[in-house]
Design a protein around this ligand. Structure first.
Ligand code: AFP
Length: 332
């Protein structure tokens, strides 16, 4: 039998590459794996709570039934706020920076996350996921963390990844030394290494975009899409970025969500830079792919707001670069 490597062991082995490592980053990654298991447990029961809780407002323990995304958010915050490893957090669910309460120690890192990406798919039992990135704080230790600690470009990410709640639960992460995927074995409660050193396949299979919005796209995006269709790529679109990204990471292809004219209040598209685009861009680049907003690498964008949106083209490098060429008006 091949060696069985748990995520804990893998993270620890990665840490050994850095003799000066204190173990704080390792601890944060462990905690994300743990909270991923807790969220996975809840997602499996999604739908049943309504039956067990009758009105859906309270479960059989008499507790309020939290919507899954609120549950996921609260679980991540609760598990990470007292460890002394983090200086602050930021979440898709919370408008402002999430400080560490005064009664707990603070640490050298910040955690930025989307607790449950694709949550509008929950009711249909479609794959969803938690996306995260970990950055080093910029503000001096001992002082309260600031928003600037989170507003860092993707190039400064120390580690990023996601937990995917699909037919199987997977955790995929990179700490800057390749991308590694682990599958949760529910019988032993461990994430086991199943996808070491993931590289996006050279030959892409898929293009993924919400083609229902085609009429709202600029002409160059329509032409780019027509071009992709002529390359015999299959259209696959789940509507959960994390699941669409995961499929294309393993199968090869591109996901894109361009800016469109549907909603004038969202001139930069729908996806969020800090906790959706940047962490996945970090993984894509580590896996030999690329990520762009159409004009520049996602990892180069200096965020100015926590919930900033960005157009996103992510996946196979050639297809991302092709998208940029179409946007520049250079059609092949
Ligand atoms: P939700 O978490 O509200 O479902 O949003 C998820 C998301 O931001 C991203 O995961 C999807 O790729 C995208 O929305 C799907 O959006 P469309 O329905 O506009 O295609």
């Amino acid at each position: 039998m091949d060696q069985v490597i748990t995520i804990e062991r893998h993270i620890l082995e990665q840490q050994k590459r850095y003799p000066k490592a204190t173990g704080a980053l390792t601890g944060i990654l462990y905690d994300i794996a743990l909270v991923g298991k807790l969220i996975a447990r809840e997602t499996i029961r999604a739908g049943l709570e309504d039956i067990l809780g009758l009105t859906g407002a309270r479960n059989i323990q008499g507790e309020e039934v939290a919507k899954l995304d609120r549950y996921a958010n609260a679980a991540i915050v609760r598990l990470n706020q007292f460890t002394g490893r983090l200086a602050a957090m930021a979440s898709e669910e919370i408008p402002d920076l999430i400080p560490i309460p005064d009664r707990y120690p603070t640490g050298r890192y910040v955690l930025v996350f989307d607790p449950l990406d694709g949550s509008s798919n929950i009711d249909y039992s479609v794959s969803i996921g938690t996306i995260f990135s970990i950055l080093r704080r910029k503000s001096p230790k001992g002082e309260p963390a600031t928003l600037q600690d989170c507003l860092q470009p993707g190039r400064d990410i120390v580690a990023a990844g996601y937990v995917l709640y699909g037919p199987s639960t997977m955790m995929v992460y990179s700490a800057g030394n390749g991308v590694h995927g682990f599958t949760l074995d529910h019988t032993v409660g461990e994430f086991l290494l199943t996808h070491p050193e993931i590289q996006i396949p050279a030959k892409p299979k898929f293009y993924s975009v919400n083609q229902g919005y085609e009429h709202y796209w600029p002409r160059e995006i329509q032409e780019y899409t027509n071009h992709l269709q002529r390359q015999n790529l299959s259209l696959r679109y789940i509507g959960s970025l994390v699941a669409d990204f995961h499929r294309n990471l393993l199968g090869g292809g591109i996901f894109y969500y361009p800016a469109d004219t549907r909603d004038p209040s969202k001139p930069h598209g729908k996806l969020r830079l800090l906790y959706e685009a940047a962490p996945l861009a970090f993984l894509a680049v580590q896996a030999g792919g690329a990520a762009s907003d159409g004009t520049q690498p996602i990892l180069d964008i200096q965020p100015t707001e926590l919930h900033q949106r960005t157009p996103l083209f992510i996946g196979s490098k050639d297809l991302v670069e092709l998208g940029e060429a179409f946007i520049r008006g250079e059609m092949p």
